[in-house]
Design a protein around this ligand. Sequence first.
Ligand code: PRT
Ligand code: ZN
Length: 302
Amino acid sequence: MISAKPRERLRIAVQKSGRLTEASQDLLARCGLQFRQSRDKLFCFGESLAIDLLLVRDDDIPGLIAQGVCDLGIVGRNVLGEHSRAATTRDAGVAAQELVALGFGRCHLAIALPQEAEYTNPQSLSGARIATTYPALLAEWLERNGVSAEIVVLSGSVEIAPRLGTADAICDLVSSGATLAANQLREAAVVLESEAVLIGPQAMPADERGELRDLLLRRMDGVIQVRESKLVLLHVARSAVPAITRLLPNGQVPTITPVEGSPDDVSLQALCYGSITWQHLEEMKRAGASRLLVLPVEKMLA
Ligand code: PRT
Ligand code: ZN
């Protein structure tokens, strides 16, 4: 039985089955959490730490936090944004906040129009009927841009509304853009940039759950940092080290070691954050680097 009574175990709501499920569970596993799943597959009991999972539909997650049934949740920023704006008109309980951006499930909420429709600026949408499953986020964007338009609230299949004649435009999530293209729609404006986020109340009671939450947040920071870190190794003439250091994307101060038998050359090793592209490598090569290697980092303890 799931309850909102005081408890000692931390409870996290994650999507049961959908685009965020695998990446959410993978992130928690990388934080060292191991679970045993209940027979009805709705609950995962934490075996390594007193942290359990509740597997639910993503739309229910902000509400479960507001009611105190769960302490943390993983959802798209779009779901949190829609819930918190819609909740201002009803009893919201404890408001869930974005605590950590998790870097997966990236997409954006966009307004799209039929290919042939004209769009120069937000005012082009004046008087239009816009179909969406995100009425609160769309209403806020329209207000912010001083546009008066009609919001047609749908529960799904938003992209076919213009062809059916029930709307002139849509406001929906886009990742690759393939769905828009397949429906002869083109993107006109971005309402919200989204990715999966860890959400929870701003503050936790100072009990065991608060300590567990702090521990999990610290581990998550470490996992995210490692995921975005690369170790760069290269050889270069000692005189070119300053030029190479400037080219290292978000690099830490490099470690320099002499190369046996080549007094003018050094071996350089640096930890870098963010992606390292072919262009970065080519620029370093032009600046004199050779034997370039980019390695993933598995664990890091400063
Ligand atoms: O059953 P449940 O309610 O839990 O799941 P759901 O069906 O509501 O959500 P789900 O699993 O589809 O998506 C979960 C979250 O993933 C969303 O809230 C977003 O934060 C994120 N996400 C990332 C996306 C997309 N990318 C995405 N492309 N959510 C939906 N889409 C849909 C979009 O609505 C459109 O229909 O994919 C289509 C567009 O994709 P492209 O690649 O053709 O542009
Ligand atoms: Zn959903």
